[in-house]
Design a protein around this ligand. Structure first.
Ligand SMILES: [Zn+2]
Length: 173
């Protein structure tokens, strides 16, 4: 049996999950979880599978069909299906949280890579001999490197990543 859904344009439609054989509409959003597969500690791979398209997924958006069966859907398919049919606010909220987590993970990785480059002796020595841009501090014997360290410490993650990228580029020249 198929259940027809009102799409945003008012046309009755078969729910795409249902078309894929994932039980019967209506669906309820249950939550989102991270599923990491780590065969060895250094390797982190998506541990889940999207029930809708079969892709390996790290973040599983769980839905429950009217029969009470649960399925896990990837964020891409959630987005695709949602924009077509219906956007329960929890989906969007969970998707936003998921995107924030992804951004956070990416920033953590970038900082781990770029921090040692910024603080490498090779980069430091480019500025060590130059005076601090502020005359007062320059007269106290502070260097441009002191200034750069100050800027680093005063910056948030995005600022540090930008400075780290600059260092990486400069050292590659
Ligand atoms: Zn999918």
């Amino acid at each position: 049996m198929t259940t027809l859904y009102q799409s945003r344009t008012g046309q009755p439609k078969i729910h795409p999950y249902e078309q894929r054989g994932l039980g019967t509409a209506p669906y309820r959003f249950v939550g989102v979880r991270k599923n990491v597969y780590s065969p060895v500690p250094e390797v982190q791979q998506p541990g889940g599978t999207c029930s809708y398209c079969g892709t390996g997924i790290l973040f599983e958006f769980c839905i429950r069909s009217s029969e009470g069966k649960e399925y896990t859907i990837g964020s891409e398919c959630i987005r695709k299906v949602d924009s077509e049919i219906y956007q329960p606010s929890e989906f969007i909220l969970a998707l936003r949280n998921h995107e924030r987590d992804q951004r956070h993970d990416r920033e953590t990785r970038q900082l781990a890579e770029l921090t040692p480059i910024f603080f490498s002796p090779e980069y430091q020595q480019l500025f060590d001999g130059q005076p601090h841009p502020n005359k007062f501090y320059a007269e106290q014997g502070s260097t441009k490197w002191d200034y750069m360290k100050f800027c680093w410490n005063a910056s948030g993650s995005r600022g540090k990543i930008a400075m780290g990228k600059m260092a990486k580029k400069r050292l590659a020249e």
